[in-house]
Design a protein around this ligand. Structure first.
Ligand SMILES: Cc1cc2nc3c(=O)[nH]c(=O)nc-3n(C[C@H](O)[C@H](O)[C@H](O)COP(=O)(O)O)c2cc1C
Length: 176
């Protein structure tokens, strides 16, 4: 039997989800934001989206430049995720603070994060203002993958009660 619970606690029962570092740049100002709100929107063309609250410094940079890069993170980048999810680029240079290196991509001006195993270059094709976030839906123009990378090393996060935790992928349980 199920019991009605608060919306917040109920939604915390959803399975775990990934966390990403999204890198942005406008007129030479570079920044990184930790993002959980990531979704696929279309197969052909390949469209993904990130949900960014208007109060974030990154929001202005994505809106002005119309570009972003989604960088997959692994356990080694957990500290960087904490920094980029707590500090604002208005006050600090997060590339410097998190010891991350910006490198040029091939399609967009926003930098890739060298230390990330997978970087996805996106160009914004639509903005959707909805609730307290704006979804920047972007066409995937290029993807860069580190040689030998195993997708199982990607970092996930989960709220349990009042605390947030990072996880790694579990076991395969069946065939699709
Ligand atoms: C695990 C995690 C997930 C987050 N997900 C989002 C998100 O999806 N959208 C968002 O706007 N902020 C999200 N945040 C909060 C931002 O990363 C945080 O407010 C950051 O300091 C904003 O930086 P900025 O002002 O430099 O853009 C998340 C933080 C963490 C730690």
């Amino acid at each position: 039997m199920k019991k009605e619970t608060s919306v917040r606690d109920g939604l915390r029962q959803l399975p775990i989800r990934p966390v990403y570092l999204v890198s942005v740049e406008h007129e030479g100002k570079k920044n990184i934001i930790s993002i959980g709100m990531f979704a696929f929107f279309s197969g052909k063309p390949t469209l993904v989206g990130v949900g960014i609250a208007p109060a974030r410094y990154s929001f202005d940079l994505v809106r002005q430049s119309g570009e972003y890069v989604v960088n997959v993170v692994d356990e080694e980048l957990m500290k960087a995720v904490r920094i980029c999810g707590r500090k604002s680029g208005r006050e600090v240079d997060k590339f410097e603070l998190a010891k991350l290196t910006p490198v040029r991509g091939v399609k967009v001006n926003a930098p890739l994060i060298q230390e990330s195993p997978v970087s996805i270059e996106c160009k914004v094709v639509k903005e959707v203002e909805i609730g307290d976030h704006v979804w920047f839906i972007g066409e995937v123009l290029a993807v860069h993958v580190r040689a030998g990378y195993n997708w199982k090393d990607g970092l996930l996060f989960k709220w349990i009660g009042e605390d947030g935790f990072y996880y790694k992928v579990g076991e395969k349980t069946g065939k699709f």
